[in-house]
Design a protein around this ligand. Structure first.
Ligand code: CTP
Ligand code: MG
Length: 234
């Protein structure tokens, strides 16, 4: 039986957040942001290990107590210059573990998506385990789309038909994802599915919700905090 292993790339600097502290460590609902993704992925009974990929010079991780996750958590300081490089280095670290093989499924999840729920993880796994290719959580685009000129004037309206916003986790087999990421220009892609698509494969889009958004700009923090607080009080 193939296993399910989570990989959290967390080696970014959070430039768009504009804070000196990398955004994955900003305080959110009383914890560093990355805690929430670690907690959710470790809580899924399907997932056997959770790899966290940090920047080689990360000094923040060890400031927190992660001992309650020690049965599943594996931490590696091998992040790269781009997200794709961090994921690829993380996959290589996985491959060097004797217990992990190329047919195992990897769920790559951004440290910056703290509002992922265990139900979403389990649904993704249920839907994609029988799938040939794998896939990702995503939501159909809801807003009207404008094409802008350099002066921010609308030149036209693009059809949103068939357009989805990609989220994470993105779930693919370890060997296929490594092969895909080895072949692409890592500076040109912002998710794992793009590399799979470049192989000529068609990742499945699994319907998610807007709560699983990526915390990118300062105003996103308050929204994520509200979502997490609401969940706690339920
Ligand atoms: N990431 C990574 N290694 C990189 C760049 C990004 O592991 N070299 C991770 C981030 O830590 C984050 C995820 O990839 O968990 C999604 O990236 P993004 O939201 O773009 O985060 P940052 O790159 O840190 O932010 P920014 O693009 O604003 O600098
Ligand atoms: Mg980035």
């Amino acid at each position: 039986m193939p296993r399910f292993i989570a990989l959290i790339p967390a080696a970014g600097s959070g430039a768009r957040m504009g804070n000196q502290l990398p955004k994955q460590y900003l305080s959110l609902a009383g914890k560093p942001m990355i805690y929430h993704a670690v907690h959710t992925l470790c809580s899924s009974s399907h997932i056997s290990s959770v790899f966290v990929i940090l920047a080689p010079d990360d000094h923040e991780w060890l400031r927190y107590d992660w001992s309650s996750f020690s049965d599943k958590l594996v931490v590696r300081y091998c992040g790269g210059a781009t997200r794709a490089d961090s994921v690829l280095n993380g996959l290589k670290a996985m491959q060097s573990e004797v217990s992990i093989c190329n047919d195992d499924w990897v769920l790559v999840h951004d440290a910056a998506r703290p509002c992922l729920s265990v139900a979403q993880v389990d649904q993704l796994i249920d839907v994609l385990t029988p799938d040939e290719v794998g896939g990702l959580l995503a939501i159909p685009v809801a807003d009207t789309l404008k094409r802008a000129d350099p002066n921010h004037r609308a030149m036209g309206t693009a059809s949103r038909e068939g357009l989805w916003q990609a989220q994470t986790p993105q779930m693919f087999r370890l060997g296929v994802l490594m092969d895909a990421l080895n072949k692409v220009d890592s500076t040109r892609i912002t998710d794992d599915a793009s590399a799979i698509e470049a192989l000529g494969l068609y990742p499945r889009l699994v319907l998610s919700d807007a709560y699983n958004f990526k915390v990118t700009y300062p105003q996103d923090l308050a929204l994520a905090e509200l979502i997490l607080q609401k969940r706690e009080t339920r």
